[in-house]
Ligand binder design. Structure first.
Ligand SMILES: Cc1cc2nc3c(=O)[nH]c(=O)nc-3n(C[C@H](O)[C@H](O)[C@H](O)COP(=O)(O)O)c2cc1C
Ligand code: SF4
Length: 558
């Protein structure tokens, strides 16, 4: 059920806008730096020194700070024509599909980290055009993303309840399927009743950390000061995760409704939607939905802010710094965003999936939502499933579903004649589970018992033909590339672990090599300042635990 075509970003039709026009357009807006940088980037096809000088002058920013910030992001081109050069996804699953060959085949192409389409051919971003590519065939035309497969057990869904309805992305279709009724209901409730409803649902954050949503909203509601802010985290940078894109593309009004209900519960009248750079078509869809829904959203104002390529900007405090136009390092906590968030005011940062679940919960009740989980577990979770399975895609599962049921019964198991060797959890951040872990259930207590976690729900499957040391090396190299460099153990540790997995460094003796890898990982997980450095060693720890023979073979070769 494909929409006609992937929408394109077409900016500034007609007259060419001068530096002065662009600065005047954005200077008075909240969070102006990113949109202003994008406006120059779109107009000129790169960010020239003169553009940066004009922006620094226009926003009264130190030029040296602006250079540091701009060059931190992957996608701001600094040379003419750079914006339109093809970028080819070289995430873990695209590696399996031959992205290295495609990179060689496309003139001027450079790699980009996982671009969030792991259930499709290799994504190629060319300016604002989203193409897909295949080795030997080059870059093909845009294709709308897959709609999620229906779950074969006929189970009730929450976030995907209406998503397969082709009209749902329009206001008319949204209203026809009960859209915005939950916002109306929330407006008729007092904030206390609304907060209690969300608390009773036990909805937990779907962006990775699993913090209880009701508790977060209550803290923002109770916090002194303002204006209060809702931030929808649509950065979706975790390799192997592609659920938020599908929710926004096919159900954009549900995201807006969730944000407005969050505003109602907390007392916030504005919201930012921080969207990753790699989803240009999604920006068009969201802007259109915001325009359509203006009358309904009323005084709750939503601003879309497009990132520029940096995995760390998904971490909520790094995201807030990025929105504010600062260098996007994570902040030290406490204080937490609920009291000191956007511009030091109380802020609720929530993931797209979390917010999309809210209208359903408000409309259908807390008990309905808790009842969707299996056994003692509450609710549902979207799993982005990719790699060596027959039917990859986004599956909304009841929390507590056995991993094996998802892999084999829902997704058809590994390719003909192959066996599953390993899966990753939480994208890459949860490390690997092995074939003996497939009876695990998909819920945090079970997965934490196995040294992993569900996180944002990316599960990548590797069959028995794959070299797991190489998969681990690529994963660690991603973390090394994306480490923001603020703290030493993560900045250096991710590099040292990548070198060891590449066979380039470390003791020759196998026992000493493993001790050293454990020691580096231990230091990182104990003292890193944010989740990236804390979680990255799960890759090496699970590799050593599950695949000692492959590690020994790797050591023997190096
Ligand atoms: C390195 C790193 C990257 C993250 N990336 C994302 C992301 O892309 N999207 C997201 O919603 N949360 C991400 N998070 C989690 C956020 O910090 C935060 O917990 C989340 O947005 C809160 O929303 P939730 O409570 O609804 O899950 C990331 C965390 C870390 C440490
Ligand atoms: S742990 Fe890594 S990514 Fe996080 S703040 Fe430290 S250096 Fe940056």
């Amino acid at each position: 059920m494909a929409p006609e075509a992937t929408p394109r970003r077409i900016r500034y039709p007609g007259r060419v806008q001068t530096d002065h026009d662009l600065i005047a357009r954005w200077r008075a807006e909240p969070a102006p730096l990113l949109p202003l940088l994008h406006a120059f980037h779109d107009r000129d096809g790169f960010l020239s020194d003169d553009a940066l000088k004009a922006i620094a002058h226009g926003l009264r920013l130190p030029l040296a700070d602006l250079y540091g910030t701009v060059t931190f992001y992957h996608h701001f081109a600094r040379t003419p024509g750079g914006k339109d050069a093809p970028r080819v996804c070289d995430g873990p699953i695209c590696k399996l599909k031959g992205c290295d060959q495609l990179l060689d085949e496309l003139e001027g192409a450079t790699p980009m980290p996982c671009a969030g389409r792991c259930d499709e051919p290799i994504p190629v971003l060319q300016g604002d055009r989203y193409l897909v590519g295949l080795p030997g065939q080059g870059a093909l035309d845009d294709r709308p993303p897959h709609r999620p497969p229906v779950n074969p057990m006929g189970l009730d869904e929450c976030s995907f309840s209406h998503l397969r309805d082709p009209a749902r992305a329009t206001l008319e279709g949204y209203l026809a399927t009960g859209g915005y009724a939950a916002l109306e209901k929330a407006r008729a409730m007092d904030p206390e009743g609304l907060l209690r409803l969300v608390e009773d649902s036990n909805l937990a954050g779907r962006g990775g950390a699993g913090f209880p949503t009701g508790r977060k909203w209550r803290a923002v509601h109770d916090a002194k000061g303002g204006p209060k802010t809702i931030v929808c985290n649509a950065d979706e940078g975790e390799p192997g995760c592609f659920k938020d894109r599908v929710l926004m593309d096919y159900d954009p009004h549900a995201v807006l409704e969730g944000m407005a209900i969050a505003g109602q519960a907390t007392g916030a009248h504005r919201g930012f939607l921080y969207l990753r750079y790699e989803y240009p078509h999604t920006e068009v869809i969201l802007e259109r939905a915001i325009e359509e829904a203006q009358g309904i959203l009323g005084e709750f104002k939503v601003y879309v802010r497009r990132g520029a390529g940096a995995y760390i900007c998904g971490e909520e405090t790094s995201l807030l710094n990025s929105l504010e136009g600062r260098h996007p390092f994570p902040r030290n906590r406490p204080p937490f965003p609920v009291t000191h968030g956007f511009e030091q005011t109380p802020t609720a940062v929530n993931n797209v999936e979390t917010l999309v679940a809210v209208p359903q919960i408000v409309a259908r009740g807390a008990e309905w939502y808790t009842g969707l989980g299996l056994g003692d577990h509450n609710g549902t979770k979207i799993i982005s499933l990719s790699g060596d399975v027959q039917r990859p895609g986004n599956y909304e599962i009841p929390i507590g579903l056995p991993l094996r049921t998802l892999l084999e019964d829902w997704a058809g198991g590994p390719p003909e004649g192959r066996k599953i060797q390993a899966v990753t959890m939480a994208g890459l951040s949860g490390g690997f589970l092995g074939v003996n872990d497939l009876d695990a259930t998909l819920d945090e207590p079970c997965l934490r018992g196995k040294g992993s976690f569900l996180g944002a729900g990316g599960v990548m499957v590797f069959d028995d033909s794959r070299d797991m040391v190489e998969v681990a090396r690529q994963a660690m190299s991603f973390f090394a590339h994306e480490s923001c460099g603020k703290c030493f153990p993560c900045r250096i540790g991710t590099q040292r672990l990548t070198e060891r997995l590449s066979g380039q460094a470390g003791p020759k003796d196998g026992g000493e090599w493993k001790d050293e890898v454990h020691a580096i990982g231990h230091t990182m997980s104990e003292v890193s300042a944010c989740g990236l450095g804390i979680a990255a060693p799960l890759i090496t720890e699970s590799l050593l635990r599950l695949f000692p023979d492959q590690v020994d073979a790797h050591l023997a070769k190096s």
